[in-house]
Write a new protein. Structure first.
Length: 341
C-alpha cells in the first residue's frame, strides 16, 4: 500500500537530517589544489539544448575530453546527447537502432573500450515491470549527429521487479551493476559476468546501499563508488564489490537532483538535475579517486578514512543552506512523488 504524501514527505525530511547532508561546514572557503587542475567545463556548466528537458543520467567521455553524455528521462526516443562542458552546447545526438521503444531511461555509464551503456531501468509503476532493458553501443570516434546500432539486454532481478535509476559499469572489468531506488535504502545488484543478448540476465543483490539512490558512478580507476540521492550522497570504497562506506559527499542543493558522474580525470564529481537549462555542478571528489592516484584493479579499494571521511567531499552543503534546504526538501519531495505517483 502506498504511503500518504505527508508520511512520505516526512520520510524525505528525516532522511535529510539523518544523512547529515546539511551539516554546516567550518572549513575554509579557499579553492582546493585539485580545482586548479580541472579542465574547462569540469568546473560546472549549464545544458543549453532545449531538447534536453529531463537530463536523468550523466557520464564523462574518456575518448572525447570535456564531453558528457546525457539523455532525457522519458517521452523522447532512443537518443543520446553529447554535451560540450566548455559551452554547454550539444555537439552530437545519437539515434539508437536495434532496440525497442524506450520506457524510462534513467542512467548512462561508460565501460571499457569506450562503450556506452544505457539503463532503461526506471519503473514509474513502483516496480511492476517483469523486466527492464540495458543498451550497449560503441562511442563514436567522431562527434556528429548519427545513427548507431546498439545491443539490447533483458534484465530481471532475482528478488522481483523494482524501480532503479542507477546503472554502473566497472571501468576495468566491464561488469554491470544496478542500484535500486528505495526510500529506506536499496541494494547494489550485480549482473552476470557476461550479459546475454538472447535471454534474460538475472541481477542479484550483493550489498546494501544506505541511500534513496537516484544515480551512482565509479571513479575512473574503479576503486570508489559515488552514490547520490535528492538531498545527499555517500562515497564507498569498492573493494571488489564488497563496498565499505567512506563518508558523505558534498551534494549540491538542486531542484531535482538526478545524476552524478566523475570527471574523466577523477578529480571532480559532476552533479546534474532535470529541467530545461539545467545546471551541472562540480564538487571535489574524494581524495585518491583520480585515475592516476593508484594502480587500478577491481579489488584494489583504498583504505577508508572513517565513516564520515576527512576530505572536502565529506561534509554537507555549504553554510546557510539548512533552512532553505529543509523547505525545498519537502516542496520538491512532494513534486517528485506526485510526478512518480
Amino acid at each position: 500500500m502506498r504511503r500518504s504524501f505527508a508520511v512520505r514527505a516526512g520520510a524525505l525530511f528525516t532522511t535529510v537530517l539523518l544523512s547529515g547532508a546539511f551539516t554546516v561546514l567550518a572549513a575554509s572557503a579557499a579553492p582546493s589544489a585539485s580545482a586548479a587542475s580541472a579542465v574547462d567545463g569540469d568546473k560546472g556548466f549549464t545544458i543549453e539544448d532545449p531538447r534536453i528537458t529531463e537530463s536523468s543520467g550523466l557520464a564523462a567521455s574518456r575518448q572525447h575530453p570535456g564531453i558528457y553524455w546525457t539523455h532525457n528521462d522519458s517521452d523522447d526516443g532512443p537518443y543520446l546527447y553529447a554535451v560540450d562542458s566548455a559551452t554547454g552546447k550539444t555537439v552530437a545526438r545519437l539515434t539508437l537502432t536495434g532496440v525497442g521503444t524506450p520506457r524510462d531511461v534513467e542512467a548512462v555509464s561508460i565501460g571499457p573500450d569506450n562503450e556506452i551503456w544505457v539503463g532503461d531501468i526506471g519503473d514509474n509503476l513502483g516496480g511492476t515491470w517483469k523486466y527492464v532493458w540495458i543498451y550497449r553501443l560503441p562511442e563514436p570516434k567522431k562527434l556528429v549527429d548519427q545513427t548507431v546500432k546498439a545491443t539490447q539486454y533483458v534484465v530481471k532481478y532475482s528478488d522481483g521487479a523494482r524501480d532503479a535509476e542507477s546503472l554502473l559499469v566497472h571501468p576495468k572489468t566491464g561488469r554491470v551493476y544496478v542500484i535500486d531506488k528505495k526510500e529506506d535504502g536499496g541494494h547494489l545488484y550485480e549482473g552476470p559476468a557476461n550479459l546475454s543478448a538472447s535471454g534474460a540476465n538475472v541481477f542479484k543483490p550483493v550489498a546494501a546501499v544506505d541511500l534513496w539512490a537516484t544515480d551512482a558512478a565509479f571513479s575512473p580507476d574503479g576503486t570508489r563508488l559515488a552514490v547520490r540521492g535528492y538531498f545527499g550522497g555517500i562515497s564507498y570504497a569498492w573493494n571488489g564489490g564488497k563496498i565499505k562506506r567512506e563518508g558523505r559527499l558534498d551534494v549540491p542543493l538542486q531542484r531535482q537532483g538526478e545524476s552524478v558522474s566523475y570527471s574523466a580525470d577523477g578529480t571532480k564529481l559532476m552533479y546534474g538535475s532535470e529541467g530545461s537549462g539545467s545546471s551541472v555542478v562540480a564538487e571535489d571528489a574524494p581524495e585518491g579517486a583520480a585515475s592516476g592516484s593508484k594502480s587500478p584493479s577491481e579489488g584494489g579499494g583504498s583504505n577508508a578514512s572513517g565513516e564520515d571521511g576527512g576530505s572536502s567531499a565529506a561534509g554537507g552543503v555549504k553554510f546557510g543552506a539548512l533552512a532553505v534546504a529543509a523547505i525545498c526538501a519537502v516542496f520538491f519531495g512532494f513534486r517528485r512523488l506526485r510526478r512518480r505517483g
